[in-house]
Design a protein around this ligand. Sequence first.
Ligand code: HAM
Length: 426
Amino acid sequence: MPPIKAVRGVRDILPTETGRWQRVEAVARRVFETYGYREIRLPLFERTELFARGMGGETDVVKKEMYTFDDRSGESLTLRPEATASVLRAYIEHGFHVEPKPVRLYTLGPMFRYERPQAGRYRQFHQANVEALGETHPALDAEVIAMLIDFFGALGLADRLGLHINSIGDSGTRPAYIARLVEYLTPLRDRLCGECQGRLVNNPLRVLDCKAPGCQPVIEKAPSILDALSPGAARHFDSVRECLDALGITYTVDPRLVRGLDYYVRTTFEVLTRELGAQNAVAGGGRYDGLIQQLEGPPDPGIGFAIGMERVVLLLGEAEKVAAPFAFLIPLGGRSLQRLLPIARVLRQAGLAVEVAYGDRKLPRELERASRLGVRFAAIVGDTELQNDQAILRDMTSREQQPIALDRLALELLAKAREAVTEDTR
Ligand code: HAM
């Protein structure tokens, strides 16, 4: 008998990869928490009805991709294909709506969809999911998007990704647009792929984001949803864009960005890459005002997104730049090591990444190591410095050196680190 293997589309995350995973998760937590989001941990399975009602019965996910089973009491349960419906269920169940709005929640963890596995697409995958509930102001949409971009920025990925945004209008005005779209598409039906011919009947908006080459000429000439927005939705979208512009966030307005789930209204957005073939969406989200009420909750609006963690980890790749220590402390014999060790400890306790040499190599070799590590500052303590209770502080970029009292070294490095952060964010 051959040994049992993992289920198709389900992967082990091996120790060679977990470092990257931990880093991505830590960055997600740090960025989300600085924006005021709190973690919520949710069950991996829910009543099937929650997803059917939450995501929409006509979506691919609900129709074809759910892991649904009856438990021993005959109740239909489903492994969660996304987190939004579960977050909203918890929001309603625990009465979060009485808290100051918006209520900001995030959750990290595995999701399950029965999709055809390929690179970047799995049957068990992980999302970092964020929801801001109870506020309609367009500035919140921009803030949520800014947070998503900051997450990618903190991982050094921002330059390799593109932000696409759209407004798909209100649920009240969308039917008129869909009718126009169907009117446009119906005579061209034979030029659409088989899947789109089905969508034309069941979910016409999804024709717009079909990737099949044959459908592109038809889609390109389709009426734009942006021309069909209600005045309120158009104002909302303009305002989101103004806020994004004020934040200096660049984006592409993409009227074909309709997303695959039924609950979206107004703002939708995706972060796309060209580096992962067909699986080009690294994150996606949007506004879903009305959904909480649809789940028998209060009439609170909401907006959120989910990041596909596997895809982020894939983008980081093997060649991920390891964050360089900020400072490298170089003792040169005598008791200089013992003087520098507690200083390194204090700096690490204060959150600064620091390395200490052991004092058994010559200065040029240690300096070479410091520049290979990419550190910003080296602090050197030889016999003369030790006698004077001093260190030489060397800026590794400009190569400028200055003496500094040893009992001021930690404070000076912390101040330099703070300056560097300010410069980097400018
Ligand atoms: P979604 O677009 O279905 O949205 O998924 C978000 C992201 O999860 C995708 O952009 C992709 O990176 C990743 N993803 C989805 N399916 C797979 C898969 N089979 N394998 C690997 N990665 C995958 C949602 O799930 C919404 N709940 C997002 C949201 C939150 N909207 C509002 N709040």
